[in-house]
Write a protein that binds this ligand. Structure first.
Ligand code: HEC
Length: 133
């Protein structure tokens, strides 16, 4: 009986441990699919972009230091001059038609890929609060 209880507890805790959710990991996984569908054509699989045409996301100082402006750009489109890693871009990114939760997921993906890392999770609520300028 004692053995039975011990193994029962072991199974229960194993199952519990495995269904416990990791919101950041799940958001990043969903974000990687959004990235493949909507972003990769320009910013490339490596996140390196194309020099003087499509700015990099990998180790982008703009992205890492301008969280709000980056979210706004993905949500509503981005045009005009910006400087990314010392390089000027004066171009146009059309709005991509993503929902707020998709913007949050793709932000979590690009903020935590290619050597980028960010502790603070981007949430749907945070994206919803960001208005067009
Ligand atoms: C058609 C090409 C294209 C697509 C698709 C595209 N972008 Fe962009 N993106 C650009 C261009 C061009 C700029 C620079 C705009 C400017 O000069 O103001 C930019 C700028 C950015 C920036 C700010 C600058 C930087 O490099 O840190 C971020 C962040 C960004 N894009 C993320 C995304 C994400 C995420 C997606 C997909 C949801 C996406 N882009 C899809 C072309 C694109």
């Amino acid at each position: 009986m004692k053995l039975f209880i011990t193994s029962y507890l072991a199974v229960v805790s194993f199952v519990f441990f495995n269904v416990q959710q990791d919101p950041k990991k799940e958001s990043i996984e969903r974000g990687s699919l959004v990235y493949e569908d909507f972003c990769m054509t320009c910013h490339l699989a490596s996140g390196e972009g194309l020099k003087a045409t499509f700015p990099p996301l990998a180790k982008s100082d703009y992205l890492l230091n301008n969280r709000e402006a980056s979210i706004r750009g993905i949500k509503y489109g981005q045009k005009g001059e910006i400087v990314v890693n010392g390089e000027k871009y004066n171009s146009f990114m059309a709005p991509l038609g993503l929902s707020d939760d998709e913007v949050a997921d793709v932000m979590n993906y690009i903020l935590n890929s290619w050597g980028n890392s960010s502790d603070k999770l981007v949430t749907e609520e945070e994206v919803a609060k960001i208005k067009k300028n």
